[in-house]
Design a protein around this ligand. Structure first.
Ligand code: MN
Ligand code: MN
Length: 466
């Protein structure tokens, strides 16, 4: 190498594809972890299913429901499940809680179609469910694909019926039909976002009539008869239900080289899964480690299972009480001394749509975990902008642990933008930075990530909480 090349190597921040420097053993570790993640994605398609899965894993790994403990000690592992849709997990440190927490926070809700409160109707010999989409979707992507039905129906006596149809090979699936191209001239002239209207996202669920000459709405009657026999419900029970339609396909390895993962719900289960796996490895940390899996991020984090609620504060206050540390206003101080990784996915540069990204400040698949110093829209509006001191601290941690990372922005200036739960925790006084797995086709029914980045995220969250 010439002296110039040596100088260049020393001074430049060259971005590098992570796969290039791996040996066979490292590749195997990454692929094995990727396969476990794929299994998780196929199994858990709603926030409730992720929380059920999480509870099972936590119980197997010596975590206890905080409500069962009167006193907590350093080394204790506890969790609190908020209404079956979000969870806060903690491993108590040897330092006082007052010294601050190391928090990794992800979300477990994903864009999808929800059923309306009165969803069932019949039209021209078909039975349908009416839907109301949840989160930022491109509506046309949700027609003409296999969909499964997941959720709960709660009867007035409190009995809860869990629904999961369309995942098992022997289950039927459901779909939303689209217009044939032969008759779609008018539709094809429309703007892409108007091609499919929200009120037309109606799920096809049956076509066999039941009844005699005098019976009306025979197909609807037949569907209700089937639902009644299978679940013991009547139409009005759907009024108190939460039923979600999600893509029925399984997550899979992608590419001849199997380097990537294709699957529904990777925003933000890529970070939820790796955050959860990471906290399982934390034993006797100095500072208390916390993992948040929150709900409702995709619609603004509102409601009592979203991050805007005070339930998280209540959980930390309970840790202070049961640790025998609490005194007036201590919670505020705990937060001011805390650090957080807002574990949410990042928009990767897509070569087909490279014009929306700015190469020098974009994240790439296979280049490691992606950081966003700030998010926001047009002039950083609404952004939680991480302080340079904190970014330096995180960089030092990553470099010490030889974890591949990249720092970018969500697209070009003024092209768009987005947000995460980061600002909510930053408002409490916590140092926060966004970091997660870069994704292609984000918010679509089949999102794409790199196994290399999934493993880098897992290592980042582990190192941070340790
Ligand atoms: Mn997200
Ligand atoms: Mn999202």
């Amino acid at each position: 190498m010439s002296e110039y090349e040596i100088l260049k190597e020393k001074l430049f921040n060259e971005k590098k594809c992570g796969w290039e420097s791996l040996n066979e053993e490292q590749k195997n570790i990454i692929n094995t972890f990727g396969d476990e993640y794929i299994h998780f994605l196929s199994k858990c398609k709603t926030e409730r299913e992720v929380i059920d899965f999480t509870k099972e894993i936590l119980e197997k790994n010596a975590f206890t429901d905080i409500r069962q403990k009167m006193v907590i000690q350093p080394g204790d592992k506890v969790y609190y499940i908020n209404r079956d849709k979000s969870v806060y997990i903690a491993v108590i440190g040897t330092d006082m809680l007052e010294a601050g927490l190391n928090i990794v926070g992800a979300h477990v809700d994903c864009p999808r179609l929800d059923l309306k409160p009165s969803p069932l109707y019949e039209d021209n010999g078909f039975a349908y469910f009416k839907t109301h989409y949840y989160g930022g979707i491109k509506k046309y992507q949700w027609t003409a694909i296999p969909l499964s039905i997941h959720g709960v129906i709660v009867k007035t006596n409190g009995e809860k019926v869990k629904i999961n149809i369309g995942e098992d090979e022997n289950d039927p699936i459901f779909t939303i039909t689209d217009l044939l191209p032969h008759l779609a001239q008018e539709q094809l002239e429309k703007k892409l976002k108007e091609g499919i209207s929200g009120e037309d996202l109606n799920l096809l669920i049956g076509s066999i009539p039941y009844g005699d000459d005098k019976t009306t709405e025979k197909v609807k009657l037949n569907i209700l008869k089937i639902l009644n026999e299978k679940y013991g419900i009547v139409e009005s029970d759907l009024l108190s239900s939460e039923i979600e339609l999600v893509p029925a396909f399984k997550a899979r390895s992608l590419g001849f080289d199997k380097s990537m993962v294709a699957g529904y719900g990777q925003d933000d289960r890529a970070c939820s899964y790796t955050g959860l796996r990471a906290i399982l490895n934390i034993n006797n940390p100095k500072k208390t480690a916390v993992c948040i899996l929150s709900d409702k991020e995709e619609i603004g984090s509102m409601g009592n299972t979203g991050m805007e609620s005070n339930v998280f504060d209540t959980f930390i206050a309970e840790l202070l009480n049961k640790r025998g540390e609490n005194r007036p206003n201590l919670l505020d101080k705990v937060f001011c001394n805390s650090r957080m990784l807002s574990a949410d996915v990042d928009a990767a540069l897509d070569p087909i749509y490279a014009s929306v990204s700015e190469r020098n400040n974009a994240s790439f698949l296979g280049y490691g975990i992606g950081f966003n110093k700030y998010t926001g829209v047009k002039g950083k509006a609404g952004a939680s902008d991480a302080n340079a001191e904190y970014v330096a601290e995180i960089r030092a941690m990553l470099e010490k642990n030889e974890i591949p990372y990249q720092i970018g922005e969500l697209g070009k200036v003024d092209v768009g933008g987005g947000g995460t739960i980061a600002y909510i925790l930053a408002n409490k006084g916590i140092d926060v930075i966004d970091c997660g797995v870069p994704v292609l086709s984000m918010h679509s029914p089949y999102e794409v990530t790199s196994k290399f980045d999934i493993y880098a995220a897992y290592r980042t969250y582990e190192a941070f909480m340790k």
